[in-house]
Design a protein around this ligand. Structure first.
Ligand code: NAG
Ligand code: NAG
Ligand code: NAG
Length: 212
């Protein structure tokens, strides 16, 4: 039985290679890393992924950054907006539509997350394209906000999740463009809108800018 730490050690060399897109090894590995970082309990979710959610940060004039799950990125690599993809999809996930959400579980600090969750992205109507790319066909409910942990904070966990979109999702009234992004609750939002549990996910860790 591979412990969480040896699992991370296996993944570490990938941190050195940002040039080529890379994928997480398996849904079982991603699930183990989510558990090692207490994400299911802190987000009040059941995380039993059947697909791998790919996350890519385009970098102007440089190779895109494709983090592995749990990787710590420098803040300036996370300007986004990120691109999403699905791979290793169990046939049952279908071709969409999907909802993608991103939340910060650790605002303002992991020790005292009084304003968590911060909703960093929420969008529906994502459909799967040939090759695995996900693209939305309608504007996001919450456009992407770059991670901005405050000076002095430990790194935050930014969790990206993909859900099957239920019929009628477009009619939800809990979140619109003027809804505060603070004190969001992805678990209660998923429950209220019929998203169910996530089909897949990934997360990155981002600390404050060295200059801040
Ligand atoms: C981020 O900042 C570091 C240090 O200033 C720099 O070396 C790196 O090139 C920057 N990366 C991006 C994507 O801007
Ligand atoms: C947006 O959602 C908020 C609740 O977050 C609600 O109070 C407000 O009326 C909504 N605005 C519109 C235009 O629907
Ligand atoms: C978020 O919602 C879940 C129910 O889905 C609840 O158990 C949990 O306490 C809520 N978290 C916060 C911080 O309100």
């Amino acid at each position: 039985m591979l412990g969480a730490l040896s699992l991370l050690a296996l993944l570490l060399p990938a941190a050195l290679v940002h040039a080529a897109p890379q994928a997480d090894p398996s849904t079982a590995a991603v699930r183990a890393i989510f558990e090692a970082f207490h994400i299911p309990e802190d987000a009040h979710l059941t995380f039993a992924p059947t697909t791998l959610l790919g996350l890519t940060f385009p970098e102007p004039g440089a190779a895109p950054v494709v983090p592995f799950t749990s990787e710590q990125l420098p803040r300036n690599a996370t300007a986004g907006p990120p691109r999403f993809a699905l791979s290793d999809a169990h046939a049952s996930v279908g071709r969409g539509p999907f909802v993608v959400a991103a939340v910060d579980l650790d605002a303002p600090t992991p020790q005292d997350p009084t304003s968590a969750q911060i909703r960093h992205f929420l969008g529906g109507d994502f459909v799967l394209h040939t090759g695995g790319a996900l693209a939305n066909t309608t504007p996001a409910l919450t456009e992407f906000h770059q991670p901005t942990p405050p000076a002095g904070s430990d790194p935050h966990r930014y969790v990206f999740l993909v859900f099957k979109q239920p019929p009628g999702f477009a009619q939800q009234t809990l979140v619109n463009a003027s809804t505060s992004i603070a004190n969001f609750n992805i678990s209660s939002f998923a429950e209220a809108t019929g998203l169910g549990q996530p089909l897949g996910g990934t997360f990155i860790r981002v600390g404050p800018d060295p200059s801040s």
